[in-house]
Ligand binder design. Structure first.
Ligand code: OSB
Ligand code: MG
Length: 369
């Protein structure tokens, strides 16, 4: 396979509801779609960087430049044995996993389409026909609003509720959620809002038998998480600080976590995501698929990823309608009454692109050949 062209498109999509984390509120997404072309076939990927460098160091504008100037050039025109070859060609770039992962995932999709196979099969997944879904609920303006939202998501069938926490919106909020919903699978995600000095405060969360607490400490820390984990009963789940399989090995060796959230973009694409998955599986550490408020392309890639065997916990991949009035794929991603997404058997990521809609919401486009 030889890539003849890479097309970058930046689309703008308002969210149906704002999404607030400890690092800020998002009301609309600026998303880069990566189309790769070879032999008359196109593959598509989505860059999961946010609009600002607040989740990690990447953001939409940086990802565009890295893709144009550093990721696409070494891959274009090169003879690729397989999609496996993409990540090594851009491994010399420091950081910027989301930019690299957007193109890498597009090549996996392209290769799956050329082979006429669904992407889930092409990456070696297929451990399940339906992936279990949870929802991530952002910080709300009030606790009654949060309780209302949780009630509606449970009525939709979602299997697990994740709430965002930060100092001032944590123990008391979790207590009220627990009182109202004593039996649900519940977890909290801090997005790095605390330090080890908050350990005693975070220990109070042990009273609420959470499934896990996600990334309580710094985005680039593993060692303090190990210290914290030794003082908590609640398992720690790492997100931000695990950018490679090697980081996962180190975190597991240090007992810094009991669970890992895998995000395709955060680790630079399918090759590294699979390696990380295998490392965790060998160590008996369960994983689940995280989300980055993706549009349909990224969402469909996540569904494929979550069919790998060790994705045994409900993830953050949920229905398109929770985010978008209209998604860029057809049909949109939908959930069953049991809170699952059925895996599709069409070639590639399994959904049709709504090209006409993508054209309408494209704010910039650039071809690299
Ligand atoms: O930490 O998992 C996170 C969204 C943006 C940035 C970081 C995170 C999230 C989510 C939302 O929790 C997951 C989703 O619904 O896509
Ligand atoms: Mg998280």
């Amino acid at each position: 396979m030889k890539l003849e062209k890479v097309i970058l498109r930046q689309i703008r999509m308002p969210l149906v509801h704002f999404f607030e984390t400890s690092f800020g509120r998002t009301t609309a997404r600026d998303i880069i779609l990566v189309e790769v072309l070879a032999g008359g076939v196109s593959g598509w990927g989505e860059v999961t960087a946010g609009e600002n460098p607040f989740y990690n160091e990447e953001w939409t504008a940086s990802a565009w430049l890295i893709l144009r100037d550093y990721v696409a050039p070494p891959v274009l025109g090169r003879n690729l044995e397989s999609a496996q070859d993409v990540a090594p060609l851009v491994a010399h770039i420091r950081g910027h996993q989301m930019a690299r992962g957007g193109l890498e995932a597009a090549v996996w999709d392209l290769e799956a389409r050329q082979a006429g196979r669904p992407l889930w099969q092409h990456i070696g997944g297929g451990a399940r026909r339906e992936i279990p879904c949870g929802v991530s609920i952002g910080i709300q303006d009030s606790v009654p609003q949060l309780l209302d939202k949780i009630e509606r998501e449970l009525a939709e069938g979602y299997q697990r509720i994740k709430i965002k926490i930060k100092p001032g919106w944590d123990v008391d909020v979790v207590r009220q959620v627990r009182e109202r919903f004593p039996g649900i699978k519940l977890m909290a995600d801090a997005n790095s809002a605390y330090t080890l000095a908050d350990a005693e405060h975070l220990r109070r969360l042990d009273d609420f038998y959470l499934m896990m607490i996600e990334q309580p400490l710094s985005h680039d820390d593993i060692i303090d998480h190990a210290q914290l984990q030794s003082r908590l009963q609640t398992p720690i789940c790492l997100d931000e600080c695990i950018r490679s399989a090697h980081h996962a090995e180190q975190a597991i060796r240090l007992r810094a976590c009991g669970i890992i959230n895998i995000k395709l973009g955060r680790v630079g694409g399918f090759r590294e995501a699979r390696r990380l998955h295998d490392v965790a599986q060998a160590a008996g550490i369960p994983v689940w698929c995280g989300g980055m408020l993706e549009a349909g392309v990224g969402r469909a890639h996540n569904v494929a990823l979550a069919t790998l065997p060790n994705f045994v916990l409900p993830g953050d991949v949920s229905a398109s309608k929770r985010y978008w009035a209209r998604d860029i794929i057809s049909p949109p991603v939908e959930t069953t009454a049991q809170g699952t997404i059925a895996v599709r058997d069409e070639p590639g990521f399994g959904y049709e692109l709504d090209h006409e809609f993508i054209r309408r919401i494209t704010v910039r486009e650039e071809s690299i050949a």
